[in-house]
Design a protein around this ligand. Sequence first.
Ligand code: G3I
Length: 580
Amino acid sequence: MAWLHYFSLINLIFCVCASGQSLRQTVASRPFRIGTAVDVSRLGDLTYRNLIRNEFNQVQPENELKWMVLRPSAATYTFTKFDSLVDFATANGMSLRGHVLIGESGYPSWLTTGNFSQAQLREILRQHISTVVGRYSGRIYAWDVVNEAFDGAGQLKATQWLSHPGIGGAGTQYIETAFRMAHEADPNALLFYNDTNAETLNAQSDAIYRMALDFKQRGVPIHGIGLQMHLDLNGIDIRSLEQNIARFAALGLQVQITELDVRLPVPVGAAPTLSQLSLQADIYAIVAQSCLRSPACTAVQTWGVTDRYSWIPDFFPGTSAALPFDSNYAAKPAYYSLRRALEPSAQLLMRGALRDNASFAVAPISAGQILVLFVNTQATGSSASTPISGFYPTRWQGVEVHFDGIPAPILAVHRDCVVMAAPYGIESKASVPAVVRVNGQASNVVEVEIRAASPGLFTAAGNGTGTVLAHSSDGRLIDRSNPARAGDLVTLYGTGIGRLPGSSAAAVASSPAPQAQFPVSATILGSSAEVQWAGALSGAIVGTSKIVIRVPASLPGGEHPLQLRIGSVSSQAGVTLPVR
Ligand code: G3I
């Protein structure tokens, strides 16, 4: 399942729990850096300055180490602007990251139009790196040595260093040369390759990986990969990000998130909606959590602090508001969720993390419904719970989930999710707070909407879509090779048909099983199918439903859409029944 689905709208409302600590206080006990890029020209703005000082333990200049600013002429270095950031960082106990020695742009015209020979260009680069890295040796702990060298197809971009006229050598050799020069200038600095759009597994990150592998194998001094992380509300495929981080970590490299921002589709000055801010908050949090999940990921850095000073509106017209603080320096939901994500062993519940276990739909839930909650359970494997005296436990593998303080019976705990039944007792509420505890550590609280019934159907593939999980009256599994017969009875399996009278949500359903209290109807290919019986499945937890329907006699053959309905609520679309 694409983890982007985490972001689908909007049944769980992200709730912020203020801890009162700043971001840097939150990570203070750990060797982890929470950084920001600084627009040094704005450091005279005291509110800006104080925010940075209070919130971050790492800074990086947004532009002041680029050739364009640092090298007005071949003979001149203008260190004063960046030096003011060095002073600021030193006075406030912050780490300094250097950005950048070979960038994708930001070069002065004396360099780009100088018609230098290869040898001259190589010497200019050597002098530049030696002077700049040497000057800040011992003060800048990590450098983006080369930035954005690859395109989306994994090809090296044409640059003056590679090919116009280049500094000599083919392929990644110019990058290697820059890393070797930087290492010579400061043997203790950590040297990073930094790129955009290479956060997940793709042709570009594959090319970077091949280069990093080659460098490691040949002893080229490379120590880390910077993943920029300029995102929008489409978020990011978290699994792919984590796999990407893992493969660089396996090479012995650090990974740092270097330029995190999440732009919103609103023009400057327009107010984002609550839903946009909330989605943005989730994305900040999951990026931070993905980083924290890998010991190799040692920093999360935002590309700015306040929406007042951000590169986004200039570069992506019609978008803005990408940073954790708004243009009046007020903390946005993204700030709070980022902070929550940085807390030690935070169990972070995202909007959309709670789903029907049959349909995987994010929707209001009902008492007894079998649910899956995506959360880091810290479990090493998967473990199904066992009922004791006919009742499922409400704590398993150190995991508990409470809805409005009522513990949910737990069916299984996996590494990244918990399967449970919604407890009885919530059905009279419009919404309830939900919280997960892992080994006693509570997550943030999310508000979950409740309704009387919320039907979902299990499918044969177990992913909530395609052929329904069903048996024909002879007990055989229905599939395309054994389609249902028109006029026959078929048994379907689902959940979310509401509280069953006279039972407990944790109970294993007896035989005869309790019956649904709400009328259930069914349609196949739009035609109504008689529901003969609906209730619990004997031997399973009561929230697992069995629904027996009769396939309309007049139905033609084919794979037909099938839906249940309780009141005004239908089971998920996209489920089919093969009929002969
Ligand atoms: O300082 C001049 C100012 O004097 C002039 O009046 C004005 C007119 O446009 O331009 C100002 O320079 C701008 C500079 O930012 C400072 O604001 C440049 O035009 C503008 O191109 C430059 O943009 C920077 C961009 O890199 C290009 O270097 C952005 O601020 C900066 O956020 C961005 O940062 C990059 C990272 O280095 C690499 N990763 C992507 C990231 C975002 O693009």
